[in-house]
Design a protein around this ligand. Structure first.
Ligand SMILES: [Zn+2]
Length: 459
């Protein structure tokens, strides 16, 4: 696939410290800033998929997200409730897709939103977002439907950014409206008050450059320098400090909880893995549908996140539509029985066909045929299945793995093992989402406080 010829290119003006070969700042127009901001609106699963396709041989390490995504890809369709469950995790849908179609350069081109019905056409009045769903009449819902509603968004000019300003972008991705005053301040703070040391370069930005930039925002503290000037991606994960567990617990008796068995090594009280049912796996799978911006926002404090945090803050300052809530809104079909994250699933609407007046019911593609009446029970993973989830979020159905082999692989003596039952609620779910981005030891980071509270059992 040739993505380099005939593709739209944007131009970026880099102000470079020639001695250090380092970007001081970039001057950009709105089109480029929209492309940059679109990166933080991508669902985490999409980011992993794009980076894996781009890098081919190398595996992607963004905290635990590479492992999590691979677990979904590796699991058989039988381990999910329906085929659509796997589809929606491997290629997460986003409510931003409509907006992103107007980008001058998109690294994640998407099809128009489509709906499907069964071949009984008028009689069943049921719609699915996926062509693999089974209708209540038993037929496959694979006929595309033309609907009256057109999904449009209100912003006329630009995609995310309001107004027609031009912008400056610092090497650590703070974006601001351009002014001479600001440029002078940045030059001085970069030690480039002497303009003779500073040069200017015009860089063409295409698919390749944006992909490299996407990679660098997770691995570099100077993404513009690394992606556009040196054209090299720093190896390994830019490890942020291990996130501290929340200390304040909101006590709410009615709060939903998920119960897990934690398998730990006694000598260092480390979580090795958890054994769990489908609820916990559904929760962790949902992480793939959460946009990057909301992984950061639901965690409250962005200061841990380096240049991704800077980019997000700039996005919130400059975006055309102000967000009133830190909660992510994701498509309706991600709604699960237990919702422990600060995310909202869009309402399931009734839609009307162009040639008809009666509303059609949009189904939950996670359940099939006659199960659709009991939508409350739905989730991604096969019901009544036990799973093993490792510290770095590799998920395996227990029927396809051997506990004995796993313990041997972990090189743990039986007498050093301890099993604890714990219940997690919203606090730990949010911690786990954040930890999944920041560390490869997510379970330990998120569950530590629950485990530490328990007195060590005497043997
Ligand atoms: Zn039907």
């Amino acid at each position: 696939m040739d993505q380099s010829s005939g593709e739209p290119k944007l131009t970026l003006r880099l102000v470079v410290d020639e001695e250090k070969n380092k970007v001081v700042l970039a001057e950009a127009d709105r089109d480029f800033v929209d492309v940059l901001f679109s990166l933080v609106t991508l669902p985490m699963g999409t980011i992993v998929r794009l980076l894996e396709n781009h890098r081919k041989s190398e595996s992607v390490t963004i905290g635990c997200f590479g492992n999590l995504y691979k677990s979904v890809v590796d699991m058989g369709v039988d381990d999910f409730e329906t085929e659509a469950c796997k589809q929606m995790l491997v290629r997460p849908g986003s409510l931003r897709d409509v907006q992103c179609k107007r980008l001058k350069l998109s690294i994640n081109p998407t099809d128009d939103v489509k709906y499907f019905e069964c071949s009984s056409l008028t009689s069943c009045k049921m719609l699915s977002d996926f062509s693999t769903s089974q209708c209540r009449c038993g037929k496959l819902m694979k006929e595309e439907v033309k609907l009256r509603e057109k999904v449009e968004d209100k912003i006329q000019n630009g995609v995310f950014v309001r107004g027609r300003s031009s912008f400056i972008i610092t090497d650590d991705l703070i974006v601001a409206i351009r002014s001479t005053d600001l440029i002078l301040k940045k030059l001085k703070s970069a030690g480039c008050g002497d303009l003779s040391k500073v040069g200017e370069r015009l860089i063409d930005i295409g698919f390749e450059e944006v992909m490299t930039l996407l990679q660098c925002i997770f691995s570099s503290n100077a993404p513009l320098t690394d992606a556009l000037l040196k054209k090299q991606i720093p190896q390994g994960l830019k490890t942020c400090q291990t996130p501290s567990p929340y200390t304040v617990r909101e006590s709410d008796e009615s709060e939903q909880v998920i119960t897990l068995s934690v398998i730990m090594s006694k000598h260092d009280m480390k979580v090795l893995y958890v054994e769990c049912g489908e609820d916990f796996v559904d929760l962790v799978f949902t992480f793939l549908a959460v946009p990057l911006e909301n992984v950061l926002q639901t965690s409250g404090n962005n200061s841990n996140f380096g240049c991704i945090g800077n980019l997000l803050k700039s996005f919130n300052d400059l975006r055309a539509t102000q967000v009133s809530t830190s909660e992510a809104v994701i498509p309706h079909y991600y709604k699960c029985q237990k919702q422990l994250l600060n995310i909202i699933t869009a309402k399931r609407q009734s839609l009307v066909r162009t040639s008809d007046s009666e509303p059609m019911v949009l189904i939950d593609p996670k359940s099939n045929g006659n199960d659709q009446s009991t939508t409350e029970e739905s989730g991604f993973a096969k019901r009544d299945t036990k799973f093993i989830v490792s510290d770095d979020l590799v998920i395996t159905p227990m029927n396809s793995s051997s506990t004995f082999c796993l313990l041997k692989k972990l090189q743990i003596q039986a007498e050093d093992l301890e099993v604890q039952e714990i219940s997690i609620s919203k606090t730990e779910a949010t911690s786990l989402l954040r930890a999944s981005l920041l560390t490869s030891s997510a379970l330990n980071a998120a569950l530590w406080s629950l485990i530490a509270k328990k007195p060590e059992k005497e043997t």
